[in-house]
Design a protein around this ligand. Structure first.
Ligand code: C2E
Ligand code: CA
Ligand code: CA
Ligand code: CA
Length: 275
């Protein structure tokens, strides 16, 4: 049955069609981008604040579009999620990242971001296991970053995914901590080895004594539970000192390095080992 007037119906149909066409385009382009080698993984160091050494690299995807130039993940990951392409894309990212990490010294780990949708998809854990096996990477060297949004829904697939991969040694990090639906319940339920305190607490507009107290509280909890605490978005030496004083043991941000291509990541590691 037709609801509303004639023009309204037509408008609805048109905009819906347009939206579908646009999504379809980006979806096709994304799939093709993988084939055409337009996507690459960049690596941003996560540094031990005591020793200054790189402990982990976070894999961050980049899309070098032939016409649109460099696209940031914030622009296309949401589309990949909406269209379901994230499953193919995510498996590709994990496989690539694992392959690069396998060339690094053994003590250096790789962190890969996972979307909730990717985790809930059938065969998600198998996709990760295959990537590890094909790269010959020890599961203990892989860390999966998930956000609080994953736990909004109480989902059996999520729990099964985390359990299956934890059992083989894969570690989990809670990303963007403090921005979402923060609840200590899932920290208690799931085996996180790391909490990443969101950049907004470190370099946001409202940073001050309040954020400092929050970082301190999170770091104290983390230390007590034997978890690593990463401060994200460190851009200045003052911020580095502040988060170290607050009890964070790891740091990430432009102060240390932006995300760099694999050959530069290898150079950073080689430099450290020469010193
Ligand atoms: P995220 O996981 O919180 O990643 C950190 C983001 O902060 C990255 O942006 C990084 O370049 C940026 N960043 C790091 N240090 C600093 C700093 O000191 N200052 C500032 N202003 N920014 C800093 P990027 O690469 O644009 O990624 C944005 C988001 O896109 C990521 O946030 C993550 O949620 C998502 N993303 C990136 N790569 C992937 C991926 O491979 N898979 C999935 N599912 N999501 C991804
Ligand atoms: Ca992340
Ligand atoms: Ca983050
Ligand atoms: Ca984020």
């Amino acid at each position: 049955a037709k609801i509303g007037g004639r023009s309204q119906t037509r408008f609805f149909d048109k905009s819906m069609t347009r939206d579908l066409v646009r999504r379809r385009e980006i979806e096709d382009e994304l799939r093709a981008a993988i084939q055409r080698d337009e996507l690459s993984i960049f690596f941003q160091p996560i540094v031990d604040l005591e020793t200054g050494r790189i402990k982990t690299f976070e894999a961050l995807v980049r899309w070098f579009h032939p016409e649109k130039g460099e696209l940031r993940p914030d622009e296309f990951i949401p589309v990949a999620e909406e269209t379901g392409v994230i499953v193919t894309l995510g498996n590709w990212i994990t496989a690539q990242a694992a392959r690069v990490a396998a060339t690094w010294p053994e003590e250096v780990t790789i962190a890969v971001n996972l979307s909730p949708l990717q985790i809930r998809a059938p065969g998600a854990a198998l996709g990760i296991r295959n990537a590890l096996r094909e790269a010959g990477l020890d599961p203990k060297r892989l860390e999966l970053e998930v956000t609080e949004s994953l736990f909004v829904e109480d989902n059996h697939a999520t729990a099964a995914f985390i359990e299956e991969l934890s059992e083989i040694g894969v570690r989990f990090a809670l990303d963007d901590f403090g921005t979402g639906y923060s609840s200590l319940g899932y920290i208690n339920t799931f085996p996180f080895s790391k909490i990443k305190v969101d950049r907004s607490f470190v370099s946001g507009a409202q940073v001050g004594r309040k954020s400092d107290a929050i970082i301190r509280a999170v770091a104290e909890m983390g230390n007590t539970l034997g978890m690593d605490i990463v401060a994200e978005g460190l851009e200045t030496i003052e911020q580095v000192q502040a988060v170290r004083d607050a009890g964070c043991n790891l740091g990430q941000g432009y102060y240390f390095s932006r995300a760099v291509p694999d050959y530069l990541a290898a150079m950073l590691l080689a430099q450290e080992r020469e010193e």
